[in-house]
Unconditional design. Sequence first.
Length: 263
Amino acid sequence: MNNKRIIFCLTLIISIHIQAQPVQKENPDVRILTINILHGATTQGDFDLDKIADVIQQTNPDLVALQEVDFKTNRAKKYDLATELGWRTKMAPLFGKAMDYDGGGYGEGILTKMPIITSRNVPLPHSPGNEPRTALEVMVELESGDTICFIGTHLEHQRNNTDRIDQVNEINRVFLSNKYPTILAGDLNDTPESEAISILKRFWKDSAGDNSAFTYPSDNPRIRIDYILFRPENQWKVLDYQVICDSIASDHCALLSVLELAK
């Protein structure tokens, strides 16, 4: 084989190898889902985690915020719901307890496709007699090597907004000092024009933008109480926003945002 033919073959091999390499986007996308799972029950009164897992799998999220999550309670048949849903969706689970309940625990859950660097479960203020609430945070590493923070929470549901205002103020106090880009997702139990959500929006950008689609109840949505927020605004770009209503899987619609992280 002469030198020209050898050089041609080597060039062809290198060219094929380069073409076969996956193209790395300069700015990575993150698919975020939030869903209130009604402690594993469905709106038909049965217990079917596969229905919830189907909603999650259909949206192919990177990070999921779960609300109303039971940990080995009697009503949830002693299941660890976060772990069960993680197993069904092939995502890593994390549970953050807000309170003891029915022989087990009750609180927030997170599912992630990315490795968790650190996590913390931050108690939120509540009035005597009202349910304890928490904000569960993970710091994760994206495939791009970037680090972000992700928070899942569930605010007070009572009509009186005193606890919700105290809770959003605590969220701001704790998490505004994050050094990495941060996403906040969950069932915030208040409407976009409310005082509590307005306090959050002073520092957090709503991924819904001008989309005013309602999220509750799932069989006939009439109000919007579920959110995916992010900060700082200049480090994120919203690529997609969807409200996904499955009237059997939960009484809440799920919410999906696809966010692009700017370098």
